[in-house]
Design a protein around this ligand. Sequence first.
Ligand code: HEC
Length: 180
Amino acid sequence: MDSFEFNKIAGAVLGTLLFVMGLGIFSDSLFAHAKLVKPGYDLPAAAEGGAPAAAAVTAPSVPLPELLAKADPTKGAALAKQCATCHTLEKGAAPKPTGPDLAGVVGRKMGSTSFGGYSDTMKGMGKTWTYEDLNTFITKPSAFVAGTKMGFAGEKDPAKRADIIAFLKSISPDAPALPK
Ligand code: HEC
């Protein structure tokens, strides 16, 4: 076998090897295995409106007395800065023209200060501010007092509301004891 023939055979062997390797890489790229995010099969989701989904929506509601027992008036004071744009929060300070004085509000009759801008609904409520009512009002003022003049969308976080209410209690000498 002369060297020319050897070269032809070697070339053919090498060529075949290259072809097989190339085929492997090519087919791998064609049939790439998607990595599973989590191992296992996808099971069909629970039927819409089924028990697990409904429970997840309603489960984490902690009763107000429990939230108030854990509430922090210092955090509440910081959160109440957003209320202070319209409300006076310090006892004895002059009321603002933008909202009724909140010092002493817990246990006070609704809509009863010298503030001139109350809505008719607020003036006609005829109740005193309880923790429960403050919580409902601060969640969404317009839902508790129809046509309220309080231009505040509401605080949706129950723990933050409890902090704010604990702060309001701290500036209200006539506040009743916390609910049990
Ligand atoms: C944009 C101004 C504004 C902001 C901000 C605001 N309020 Fe008011 N608030 C008012 C006005 C105006 C009223 C009177 C509402 C009515 O008569 O309908 C009111 C009424 C109230 C009352 C009833 C007082 C009473 O004398 O019966 C409470 C309690 C109250 N606000 C708490 C809060 C708290 C707590 C915050 C912050 C989380 C807040 N407000 C933020 C303007 C504001």
